[in-house]
Design a protein around this ligand. Structure first.
Ligand code: PGA
Length: 239
C-alpha cells in the first residue's frame, strides 16, 4: 500500500530505463489495484511485466470491493502475488483461501507468485519446515504438484520481511532445498524447474550473495522496490 500516481511514474520510468538492457532474468512489478492501468500504460512494450498483489478467487459478480482474476487480465497482468504474509497475518487469509486464489489465478492464465514462510516464534521453536511444508502442501494436496510448474514460489520468512534483517544465504538455501525436495517427492521435473524466490529485506548489498545460492532463483522485493536505483541494482544482481 505504497505509491501515488506521480511517484509511481518516476519509479516505473526509473525501473524501465535501469533494466532496459538486462536480458538474463525476468522482471515484474506487482502494484496496488488502482495503479494497474498506470502500470499497463507505462510498461507495455518494455521488458518489465506487471501484476497485482492479490485477487478474489470468485469470478466476476456481486462481491463489493473484490477484484477478480479476469479484471487483472483485462489490465494486462501476467502475475499475481498469492498468500503474502501481510495478507495471511493482517487480513486473516488462510492456507485454504490462498490455495483457492492460486487456482483461480492459474485458471485465468496468470502466474501466481505463491508466498510461504514462518514467523520468528515458529523458527525459534524449530517449526520452519512444518509451517512451510503445510503451506506448500495446501497447493500440492489439493491440486497436485504439476500445477506448481506454472507458478513461482517465494520463501518469505516473516521475521525478515520489512525488518532489515534478511535470512543469511545459508538459511535461505536450507529452506529452498527443503521446498524443492518436498516437491520432488511428487514430481522431480517440476521440482527441478520451478523458480523459488527469496523475499525479506533483500537490498543491493545482500542480493548477490542470496542469488548466488543454488536454490535461490531470484527475489521478491518489498522496501527496496520503492526506490528505482535500489531496485535496479537488485535486478542487475539477478541478471
Ligand atoms: P522487504 O519486503 O523486502 O521490505 O522485506 C518483502 C515483501 O514484502 O515481500
Amino acid at each position: 500500500m505504497n505509491g501515488n500516481i506521480a511517484k509511481n511514474k518516476l519509479l516505473l520510468e526509473g525501473v524501465i530505463t535501469g533494466v532496459r538492457d538486462l536480458r538474463n532474468a525476468d522482471y515484474v512489478v506487482c502494484v496496488p489495484y488502482p495503479y494497474l492501468g498506470q502500470a499497463q500504460s507505462l510498461l507495455q512494450g518494455t521488458n518489465v511485466a506487471w501484476g497485482a498483489q492479490n485477487l478474489c478467487a470468485t469470478d466476476d459478480g456481486a462481491l463489493t470491493g473484490a477484484v477478480s482474476s479476469h479484471m487483472l487480465v483485462d489490465f494486462g497482468c501476467s502475475y499475481v502475488i498469492i498468500g503474502h504474509s501481510e495478507r495471511r497475518v493482517q487480513f486473516h487469509e488462510t492456507d485454504d483461501t490462498a490455495a483457492t486464489r492460486f487456482n483461480a489465478a492459474l485458471k485465468a492464465g496468470l502466474t501466481p507468485i505463491f508466498c510461504m514462510g514462518e514467523s520468528k516464534e515458529e523458527r525459534e521453536s524449530d517449526w520452519t519446515e512444518y509451517v512451510v511444508g503445510r503451506q506448500l502442501d495446501s497447493i500440492i494436496r489439493r491440486f497436485g504438484a504439476d500445477l506448481l510448474a506454472k507458478a513461482v514460489l517465494a520463501y518469505e520468512p516473516l521475521w525478515a520481511v520489512g525488518t532489515g534483517k534478511p535470512a543469511t544465504p545459508e538459511q535461505a538455501q536450507e529452506v529452498h532445498t527443503f521446498i524443492r525436495e518436498r516437491i520432488a517427492k511428487c514430481d522431480a521435473a517440476v521440482a527441478k524447474n520451478v523458480r523459488i524466490l527469496y523475499g525479506g529485506s533483500v537490498k543491493p548489498a545482500n542480493a548477490s550473495q542470496l542469488f548466488a545460492m543454488p536454490d535461490v532463483d531470484g527475489g521478491l522485493i518489498g522496501g527496496a522496490s520503492l526506490k528505482a536505483d535500489e531496485f535496479v541494482l537488485i535486478c542487475k544482481a539477478a541478471n
